[in-house]
Design a protein around this ligand. Structure first.
Ligand SMILES: C[C@](O)(C(=O)O)[C@H](CC(=O)O)C(=O)O
Ligand SMILES: [Mg+2]
Length: 292
């Protein structure tokens, strides 16, 4: 697999090639391989996903930079798709944020989003979020942009301010972040298509729509989102939620029935599993190398 360009450059190219660019959450290396094979152009590592899946924790700012990096490294080693990473609030002050950005680039990430919630953050679609001042958020962006070791690395500012302060204030914050060097804006938990249009009309950078299930935003189609000015559409946890439900059914069925007959049809087969992993190529190599 040749990678002539940096991950950031590949993300920017994917953004140019796809209007809007769908960015699908991949909770681990294997699902990243699946997303790539299926034809997606960009993938996402969710902060909630790392907390929930890798650590069994809620999405309340309890995971560390190193926790997230570990999953970034696993995914970027397995897939050549550009990876957008949720870095929550950046894990500290200016120097911590700088370190976060440098380490993300080193780990092969293409892009990050950093948000304006307080460190004790919540999911963007939950009530009672608290945000830092516009000035503090601008400082976060400045620190992130200044730390970049690859000019193509894509730094997105996420604002959670719509819920408390409304559309105008959210756009005003986004504008300040762009002036500080942000490459894109993540308009968190807005509710109407017109809101994306308003962000797009006021700002001259790509806009991300977070279409997460069971949240505040309806499950708009990518076409209507594109027509409303969204440049990226994020599905952060869609496959993860489906995987969890499938696992729940399997565990329940095994317990209730004493075998897995009732759920075998819901499973990926061994052949399908191996196909994504190029298993047989590895096995052939082994045979060729060590044939008796
Ligand atoms: C995008 C998000 O930040 C994430 O961590 O995946 C979450 C998603 C979710 O909880 O549905 C968020 O929107 O805050
Ligand atoms: Mg998150």
């Amino acid at each position: 697999m040749s990678r002539p360009e940096s991950a950031g450059a590949r993300f920017r190219q994917a953004l140019k090639d796809n209007q809007p660019l769908q960015v699908v959450g991949t909770i681990n290396a294997y699902t990243a391989i699946m997303a790539e094979r299926i034809g997606h152009q960009a993938i996402y590592l969710s902060g909630a996903g790392v907390a929930n899946a890798s650590y069994g924790l809620p999405d309340l700012g309890m995971t560390s930079l190193e926790n997230v990096l570990e999953d970034v490294r696993r995914i970027t080693a397995a897939s050549s798709l550009p990876l957008l990473v949720d870095i929550d609030t950046g894990w500290g002050g200016a120097f911590n944020i700088a370190r976060t950005v440098k380490e993300m680039i080193r780990a092969g990430a293409a892009a990050v989003h950093i948000e304006d919630q307080v460190a004790q953050k919540r999911c963007g679609h939950r009530p009672n979020k608290e945000i830092v001042s516009k000035e503090e958020m601008v400082d976060r962006i400045k620190a992130a942009v200044d730390a970049r070791t690859d000019d193509d690395f894509f730094i997105m500012a996420r604002t959670d301010s719509f819920a408390q302060e409304g559309l105008e204030a959210a756009i005003d914050r986004a504008q300040a972040c762009i002036e500080a060097g942000a490459d894109g804006i993540f308009a968190e938990a807005v509710t109407e298509l017109e809101h994306y249009r308003a962000f797009k009309d006021a700002l001259n950078v790509p806009i991300l729509a977070n279409i997460t299930e069971f949240g505040k935003t309806k499950l708009y189609n990518k076409q209507e989102l594109g027509e409303s000015g969204a440049d990226m559409v994020l599905y952060p946890l869609s496959a993860f939620r489906a995987m969890n439900k499938a696992a729940e059914n399997v565990y329940s069925s095994i317990l209730a029935n004493g075998d897995q007959q009732a759920v075998v049809d819901t499973m990926q087969t061994r052949a399908e599993l191996y196909d994504y992993l190029n298993y047989h190529e590895f096995e052939d190599k082994l045979d060729a190398l060590f044939k008796k």
